[in-house]
Write a new protein. Structure first.
Length: 156
C-alpha cells in the first residue's frame, strides 16, 4: 500500500469524507472503481468518460487524463496517484464551483469485505449559498449515492 501525500497535490482543506463497507473482496471493488469508462454505471451524473491521454508508459494509471461529463459540466481530470488495489487520487482542473481539487478513493481490506473511503479536498467557489450547497448537499448526496451504487455493482 502506497500512502497518498495529499499536501503534495493540494493545500485545500478536506471538505467531505464518505465511507461505506462493501461486502466484496478488495480486488472486485478495485476492478469497478479503477474502470474509468465504467464510472457511468455507478457514478451519479457522470454521463460519459473520455480517456484523453495515457501516462508516459501508455497506461491509464497515474499521470493519465480523462474528461468526465458531469451533468452540464465537463470535468477535466488527471490521475495523480494509482495504487492497485488500494485506491487512486484524481485532480479536477479549477472550475466555477471548486478550485485546488483532489479526490481520493481509498480501499481498505476488511475480514469479510472492503471499506471504501472517498475524500474530497477543495476550495469552494462562488457565493455563500453556492459554497454551502456544494459542500453540504450536492457533493455529499452524489458521493453517498455513488458508493451505494458501487456496493450494488459488486453483488451483480
Amino acid at each position: 500500500m502506497n500512502k497518498l501525500n495529499v499536501k503534495k497535490f493540494t493545500q485545500a482543506p478536506e471538505q467531505i469524507m464518505i465511507q461505506r463497507f462493501v461486502k466484496a473482496p478488495i480486488e472486485k471493488v478495485w476492478q469497478i472503481v479503477s474502470d474509468h469508462q465504467g464510472m457511468t454505471n455507478w457514478m451519479p451524473m457522470i454521463r460519459h468518460v473520455d480517456l484523453k491521454q495515457p501516462n508516459q508508459q501508455g497506461e491509464w494509471g497515474a499521470g493519465c487524463e480523462r474528461h468526465c461529463q458531469f451533468g452540464p459540466d465537463l470535468l477535466q481530470e488527471k490521475i495523480v496517484h494509482w495504487d492497485p488495489p488500494y485506491g487512486y487520487a484524481y485532480m479536477i482542473a479549477d472550475m466555477h464551483i471548486v478550485k485546488s481539487h483532489l479526490g481520493h478513493f481509498e480501499l481498505l481490506e476488511k475480514l469479510d469485505g472492503t471499506e471504501v473511503k472517498w475524500t474530497q479536498y477543495f476550495v469552494p467557489q462562488g457565493n455563500f449559498v453556492k459554497k454551502w450547497m456544494a459542500r453540504n448537499v450536492m457533493l455529499p448526496q452524489v458521493m453517498k449515492k455513488a458508493l451505494k451504487n458501487l456496493e450494488k455493482k459488486t453483488t451483480t
